[in-house]
Design a protein around this ligand. Structure first.
Ligand code: BG6
Length: 481
């Protein structure tokens, strides 16, 4: 199977914060991969903008090193030199006037103009104001903003208001990189391009859903940022919320940005407040791998792990809990969504054991694929004995090279910005609604005195989280890669 690469229109992309970590690790390597794939026209321009004083040649050297360090590219591929030729650089003072005219002079009329704000949110307003004030951005320019989009509803609302002074909502691309993951988009394909699942996709047939995003990395190196955030702000309010929405939403009438985002918003608004008894926080601990050391605050109460039971108040999901868990320094890196169906209402097989519930597991990373557990007859003589077997599909095996070589989330999302497609980006009201749900959870914790439950680095999380499930006569799926 050959994947189709449809080139995007000629563009000028300005990356604010071009000397930063995200630009080095994701944006520049991602752009190069799309160029290599033939998706970026050779006439396009990528302009780095940051405080550092340097010229185009120095920025190209920096980009070369970043791309080689953060992706598996052939350094000698002539395409890499060709790509570097697209790059330019402007030293800019986000809070002053220096560099803005030089940037304006670089922008070519007629090309798509996109501005990537890969900077601290505190600078969003300054940059937006100068882009508009200097006449660099126009009604059809696009801006891309990174997470964190606020740290509560009030700050997200203020950010939305600041951006809205200079840009319309359809010009603002709020990134949640989970939405750019191929398998996350596949959730919509699985649900809405098959008749098989949708009739069963409700509380009548689904017992519960587990969403797990487990990581093996800790927070060393970014402890001071992470400690102000914690797993709820860092992962639940955004990435896990998006996964929950895609699993729980009603079918949109069309695969169109507002139709999809309207349905996601309805899910967020239908989320019930989380009871304190339904949430467990943890902090990893262990010799040489301790949260309190990594966070550089021996008294920190910030969680590096959270597990919670979430209920959605609507007709489709009344009575079906969604269990969410995410954490750092866990046993394996794995993200998956497991849908456990209800047990058959009656067994006709008297002595052969009760048929077990079907389970559909969508593996988001790594080993992207799907696994459906079904009951069959155990082969051989001896009567009717039932056994549960997996129908296992790995996308890499099913799709050959295309399945193994999936574009990184950032590659997909940046190309969508150039195409002007907002389907995989968060709308302002969606972000605010997500904060409105998480704010009370965070406030209740911050007002209290409890400490997170310790868990061993390399384990499956705190024991308390097991009890959250046992209480409901359920159990977490094992965390393994
Ligand atoms: C980021 C979080 O948004 O997502 C990180 O800030 C986290 O803490 C990362 O590690 C996980 O992303 P991925 O793509 O590695 O699952």
């Amino acid at each position: 199977m050959v994947s189709r690469v449809i080139p995007v229109d000629d563009f000028d992309l300005v990356i604010f914060g071009a000397t930063g970590d995200l630009a080095h690790r994701k944006i520049l390597p991602g752009l190069y991969r799309r160029f290599e794939a033939g998706q970026i026209p050779a006439s396009s321009r990528i302009i780095g903008a940051a405080r550092t004083e340097q010229d185009d040649a120095a920025f190209r050297d920096e980009a070369f090193r970043a791309i080689c360090d953060h992706s598996s590219v052939d350094k000698d591929n002539p395409q890499l030199q060709e790509f570097l030729g697209l790059l330019g650089y402007v030293a800019i003072d986000a809070r002053g006037e220096g560099g803005w005219q030089a940037l304006k002079d670089r922008m070519r009329p007629g090309a798509v103009h996109a501005f990537y704000f890969s900077v601290a949110p505190a600078l969003f307003g300054d940059i937006a104001e100068r882009l508009a004030g200097h006449g660099i951005a126009h009604d059809d320019s696009r801006i891309v903003v990174e997470k964190p989009f606020g740290r509560d509803r009030a700050s997200a609302r203020a950010l939305n208001a600041t951006l809205a002074k200079h840009f319309h909502e359809d010009q603002i691309y709020r990134i949640d990189h989970y939405l750019g993951k191929e398998t996350v988009q596949n959730l919509m394909a699985v649900r809405f391009a098959n008749v098989l699942f949708e009739p069963l996709w409700n509380a009548q047939f689904i017992d519960h859903v587990q969403i797990t995003v487990a990581e093996t990395v800790g927070v060393a190196g970014r402890g001071s940022y992470y400690d102000k955030s914690g797993a709820i702000r860092d992962m639940v309010q955004n990435h896990m919320m998006q996964l929950l929405c895609l699993i729980a939403m009603e079918p949109p009438y069309h695969f169109d940005p507002d139709a999809v985002r309207d349905e996601k918003l309805k899910v967020i608004r239908a989320l019930q407040p989380v009871e304190p008894a339904d949430i467990v926080r943890g902090q990893y601990t262990g010799e040489g791998s301790d949260y309190l050391t990594d966070a550089e605050d021996p008294a920190s109460r910030t969680e590096s792990y959270v597990a919670m039971k979430v209920r959605i108040s609507n007709w489709r999901w009344q009575g079906t809990p969604f269990y969410l868990r995410t954490g750092k320094k866990l046993r394996a890196r794995t993200s998956e969504i497991a849908i456990t169906f209800k047990e058959p209402p009656h067994s006709i097989f008297d002595d052969s054991g009760v048929p077990k519930a079907n389970e559909l597991v969508i593996r988001l990373q790594p080993n992207e694929g799907m696994n459906l557990k079904v009951m069959i007859k155990e082969p051989g003589p001896g009567g009717m004995r039932l056994v549960q077997v997996p129908l296992d599909m790995s996308f890499a095996d099913a799709l050959g090279a295309d399945g193994a070589d999936m574009p990184d989330a950032y590659e997909r999302l940046i190309m969508d910005v150039i195409r002007g497609n907002q389907t995989l980006f968060m709308r302002g009201d969606e972000v605010e609604a997500a904060w409105a749900w998480t704010d009370p959870i965070i406030e209740a914790w911050e007002d209290g005195k409890r400490r997170p439950e310790p868990y061993d680095s390399g384990s499956s999380g705190p024991d308390e989280a097991l009890r959250l499930m046992h209480r409901d006569n359920r159990r977490w799926r094992e965390i393994r890669s």
